[in-house]
Design a protein around this ligand. Structure first.
Ligand SMILES: NC(=O)c1ccc[n+]([C@@H]2O[C@H](COP(=O)([O-])OP(=O)(O)OC[C@H]3O[C@@H](n4cnc5c(N)ncnc54)[C@H](OP(=O)(O)O)[C@@H]3O)[C@@H](O)[C@H]2O)c1
Length: 260
């Protein structure tokens, strides 16, 4: 398929893990992709991985999405170099790992919300006001949410709260922007294989897989496929939708081994 031929796409958090596969998907389907990581070093590292996969013409620009000045700089570069934007994927995330609620400083909550909620908000606002509103084809926005917005996981209060806020923001943006012809949707993954799985003992990986009715976590490509669908004209009558892609985790009450 070549659904994104000559489209200009921005993927935030394109420097590692799932973001790399989202960038790859759009590039392979003909898009010209801009991507960012949060720092110069991580963005460069991501660019090197993408180049090693044989992907050409990907423009990497460091941008901490929680910082308005850096977001503005990223969009200045897109405006100067492409003068156009068709698709925005808000993938960048602060995972908010490792802080139980009783030890979580409110400032840490704000740090996570700063990346996941404020970041997505201000990147989307730039995309809409600087590009989508001025173009005949209005563009599409896809957020990466999480199934933890609906079903919480332990010791991730800030992260779960941020993903719940993203779901509400997606619906709100969808309503506000629909009359302008701009669509806003989300993909809500469950387990995805990332570099964080590489260091897990095999037993733990298998236990996680047992939590999945389909018996397997998503690959980056599985998630990229859903994102691409939501960004493409294949979903042209959809907005405000949150598609769960979690191997069936959210539809079960208990995992198989305890469902006695
Ligand atoms: N992994 C899962 O199992 C899972 C499950 C459900 C939902 N999700 C969601 O799916 C998306 C991708 O997940 P993932 O596990 O691949 O993410 P990840 O491994 O944590 O990577 C996050 C990406 O976001 C970037 N990022 C972090 N803070 C940033 C900031 N302030 N400004 C710009 N970029 C920033 C990182 O860049 P650096 O390289 O600079 O850090 C990296 O490229 C996320 O939205 C995540 O919440 C993931």
């Amino acid at each position: 398929m070549n659904r994104f031929k000559d489209k200009i796409v921005l993927v935030t958090g394109g420097s590692r893990n799932t973001g790399l596969y989202i960038v790859k998907k759009f590039a392979e389907e003909g898009a010209r992709v801009f991507m960012c990581g949060s720092t110069q070093e991580s963005t460069q590292k991501g660019a090197e991985i993408l180049a090693s996969w044989g992907l050409q013409g990907i423009r990497s620009v460091p941008c901490d999405v929680s910082r308005a000045d850096q977001v503005k700089n990223l969009f200045d570069i897109i405006e100067k170099e492409a003068g156009h934007l068709d698709i925005l994927v808000n993938n960048a995330a602060h995972q908010g790992i490792g802080k139980p609620f009783v030890e979580m400083a409110p400032d840490y909550l704000m740090e996570v919300l700063g990346v996941n909620v404020r970041g997505g908000f201000q990147v989307t606002q730039q995309a809409v006001t600087r590009f989508f509103l001025k173009q005949p084809e209005k563009g599409a926005v896809v957020f990466l949410s999480s199934n933890t917005a609906q079903r919480a996981i332990r010791n991730r209060t800030a992260y779960c709260a941020s993903k719940g806020a993203i779901n509400a923001m997606v619906r709100s943006l969808a309503l506000d922007l629909a009359p302008l012809g701009i669509r806003v949707n989300a993909c809500a993954p469950g387990y995805i294989y990332t570099e964080r799985w590489d260091v897990l003992p095999e037993e733990k990986k298998q236990r996680r897989r047992l939590n999945c009715p389909l018996r397997h976590e998503a690959t980056g490509t599985d998630i990229a496929n859903v994102v691409a669908f939501l960004a493409s004209s294949d979903s042209s009558n959809m907005t405000g939708e949150i598609i769960t892609c979690d191997a069936g985790c959210s539809c079960q009450h208990m995992p198989e081994d305890v469902d006695l």
